[in-house]
Design a protein around this ligand. Structure first.
Ligand SMILES: NC(=O)C1=CN([C@@H]2O[C@H](COP(=O)(O)OP(=O)(O)OC[C@H]3O[C@@H](n4cnc5c(N)ncnc54)[C@H](O)[C@@H]3O)[C@@H](O)[C@H]2O)C=CC1
Ligand SMILES: O=C(O)C(=O)CO
Length: 327
C-alpha cells in the first residue's frame, strides 16, 4: 500500500505527478489557504504533509498519529515547532539554496525601488501628473551605487546579496551574523561589524535573519534610533523579526528615510496598516522567491523531501533542529 500524503496548496502538475508515483495523495487546490479545521480533518490519517504555512505545533501533531514528515515549501521554517516535532518523532524538511539568487534579486528590487522612489514615480507618470520636471523637494531619490549597506544575517541569501552589492553596485558592505565569514570577507571585500556600528553607518540596513526566539523583534525602537535619518530599511526575512510599531514610528518621525518591505508582522497585511499609507514605504506581498522557475524548483525539492520521508529514505533537507531524528 502506498503511503498517504496531503498537499496543502496548489503545486505544478509535474510535481503532483512525481508524488503520485509513490504516494496516495489528496491536494488542496484553491488559492486561499486551507482552513485549519479542514487541514486537521485531512491530516488525521496521513503519513506526510507538504505545506508552505500554518503552525505545526503540539496541538496539530496530537491529531496526526501516523505523521512521519512535514515537508515545507520554503526555506524559513518558523511555522514548525521543532521541539514538538522532535517529541513526536516527526521529521521536518525545507527548501534551502534553490531560492537564494531569486530572493537576492528581489532585495535589490526593493532597495532600488525605495531609494529611487520608483513606485511613486511610476504612479506619477501613470496618473498623468508629469507636466513639469521633478524637483529636489519632490521625488529626488538616494544613490545606491557606492553607498554603504549593512546586511544582518550573512547566511545563504545574505551572501548572494553581498556579492551583488560589492561587485555590482560597488557598495561598502558591512555584515553582522552569528559567525564571521573570513572567506567571504576575502572574496568580496566585505567587513564584519558589531550590530550598533552597522546600524549607525549604513545607508541601507537589510534584515535577512531567520525568525526564532533569539531574533523576534530584533529591530526595535533603539535600533531604528541608531540609523541615519537618510537611511533605508529593507526587510525580506520575516515580519516578526521587526517590531512593526517601532518601524512605523521611526518612519512617521522621520528618523529614517524610507523602507522596502516584503514581509509584515501579520500576513496578508492588515488593510488599516499605516505602512500602506506611507509614500516612502515600498510594499510587496511576500514574493521573495516568487518566480515561475524558482517556485517550481522549490515545489519539486519539497516533493522529493516528502517522498523520501514517507518511504523510509533520508530526506536531503532535514532542518538542523531535527537532524537527530535521522542519526
Ligand atoms: N521574503 C521571502 O520571500 C523570503 C524570506 N526568507 C527568509 O530569510 C531567512 C534567511 O534565509 P537563509 O539566508 O536561507 O538562512 P540562513 O540560515 O542561511 O542564514 C541566516 C543567517 O543568520 C544568522 N543568524 C541567526 N540568528 C542570528 C542572530 N541572532 N544574530 C546574528 N545572526 C544570526 C545565521 O548564523 C545565518 O548565517 C529565512 O529564514 C526566511 O525566513 C527566505 C526566503 C524568501
Ligand atoms: O522560503 C521562504 O522562507 C519564504 O518566505 C518564501 O519563499
Amino acid at each position: 500500500m502506498k503511503p498517504k500524503v496531503f498537499i496543502a496548496k496548489p503545486i505544478p502538475k509535474e510535481v503532483e505527478e512525481y508524488i503520485a508515483q509513490y504516494c496516495e495523495y489528496k491536494i488542496w487546490n484553491k488559492e486561499e489557504s486551507i482552513p485549519i479545521e479542514r487541514l486537521l480533518k485531512e491530516a488525521a490519517d496521513i503519513d506526510g504533509l507538504m505545506t508552505s504555512q500554518g503552525a505545526i505545533n503540539m496541538e496539530f501533531l496530537k491529531n496526526t498519529p501516523r505523521l512521519k514528515i512535514v515537508s515545507k515549501i520554503g526555506v524559513g521554517y518558523d511555522n514548525l515547532d521543532t521541539d514538538a516535532m522532535k517529541a513526536c518523532g516527526v521529521l521536518g524538511t525545507h527548501t534551502p539554496y534553490v531560492l537564494d539568487e531569486t530572493v537576492a534579486d528581489l532585495v535589490f528590487g526593493l532597495i532600488l525601488s525605495a531609494a529611487r522612489r520608483i513606485p511613486e514615480l511610476h504612479n506619477f507618470v501613470k496618473d498623468q501628473k508629469w507636466d513639469k520636471s521633478i524637483s529636489e523637494s519632490f521625488l529626488y531619490g538616494q544613490d545606491v551605487h557606492h553607498a554603504t549597506i549593512g546586511i544582518i544575517g550573512m547566511g545563504r541569501i545574505g551572501e548572494k546579496i553581498a556579492r551583488r552589492a560589492a561587485l555590482g553596485f560597488e557598495m561598502k558592505v558591512l555584515y553582522n551574523s552569528t559567525t564571521r565569514k573570513p572567506a567571504l570577507e576575502e572574496k568580496y571585500g566585505i567587513h564584519y561589524s558589531e550590530i550598533n556600528p552597522l546600524l549607525e553607518e549604513s545607508d541601507f540596513v537589510l534584515m535577512m535573519l531567520p525568525l526564532n526566539e533569539s531574533t523576534y523583534h530584533f529591530m526595535g525602537e533603539e535600533q531604528f534610533n541608531r540609523m541615519k535619518s537618510s537611511a533605508i530599511f529593507i526587510n525580506c526575512a520575516r515580519g516578526q523579526v521587526v517590531d512593526e510599531k517601532a518601524l512605523i514610528h521611526a518612519l512617521k518621525e522621520g528618523k529614517i528615510y524610507g523602507a522596502g518591505l516584503d514581509v509584515y508582522e501579520a500576513e496578508p497585511v492588515e488593510k488599516d496598516n499605516p505602512l500602506l499609507e506611507m509614500a516612502n514605504v515600498v510594499t510587496l506581498p511576500h514574493i521573495g522567491s516568487a518566480t515561475e522557475k524558482t517556485r517550481f524548483d522549490m515545489a519539486m525539492i519539497a516533493a522529493k523531501n516528502l517522498v523520501a520521508g514517507v518511504t523510509g529514505q533520508v530526506p536531503e533537507h532535514v532542518v538542523p533542529e531535527l537532524q537527530d531524528l535521522i542519526k
